[in-house]
Design a binder for this molecule. Structure first.
Ligand code: SF4
Length: 179
């Protein structure tokens, strides 16, 4: 992949997303090494949110195409996936970045607090985690969690892989945006 060519071609056409943290994560998406961005501006206000300091959309650095390309180049050969922790509230900007990931031949994942994945984003994603944080039900690694992690290509729910006593993934129809 010619990174310099992509840098020149990737000019943003929408208001940019911002992020407050960028990390390489090994467990959030089973079987993938994920470059993860915590996107600023989540409007959902879950009680007990661990990322409340990122609720303001003005927090953090701009997640430009150039920044994503630089990070992907830095970890070239190590990464298999880019995970966006939020950003669905700006679908245009998020779509541009997901398309860039596709050009880099990286898989794509979204963690959304919505109970469904916005349908316009589904074609650009390999994985999606849905559902708001509800402390009494536990996170994605709890069998009682309201949240669901889907492998969209294989049409599987991956939750059981993350339980304390792992179990096989099961067939599931991913939740789609309401009509
Ligand atoms: S969806 Fe996630 S980031 Fe947004 S308020 Fe809920 S827990 Fe926090």
């Amino acid at each position: 992949m010619v990174f310099s060519t992509l840098t020149q071609a990737a000019q943003p056409s929408t208001t940019a997303l911002r992020f407050t943290a960028c990390n390489v994560l090994l467990q959030e998406i089973p079987g993938e090494v994920s470059l993860a961005y915590l996107i600023s501006g989540c409007p959902l206000g879950c009680k007990g949110c661990h990322s409340a300091d990122s609720w303001s959309a003005q927090q953090g650095e701009v997640l430009s195409a150039a920044r994503l390309l630089a990070d992907a180049e830095k970890y070239r050969g190590l990464l298999s996936c880019v995970l966006m922790l939020g950003g669905e509230w700006q679908p245009g900007a998020l779509s541009e970045l997901l398309q860039l990931c596709r050009q880099l031949e990286l898989k794509t994942a979204l963690y959304t607090g919505l109970p469904y994945c916005p349908s316009a984003l589904l074609p650009l994603l390999d994985y999606v985690k849905t559902g708001p944080w509800q402390a009494e039900l536990g996170g994605i690694n709890s069998p009682t969690s309201n949240q669901r992690l889907y492998d969209l290509k294989r049409q599987l729910c991956l939750n059981p892989l993350l339980w304390p006593d792992p179990a096989p993934a099961y067939p599931a129809k991913p939740a789609l945006a309401p009509a």
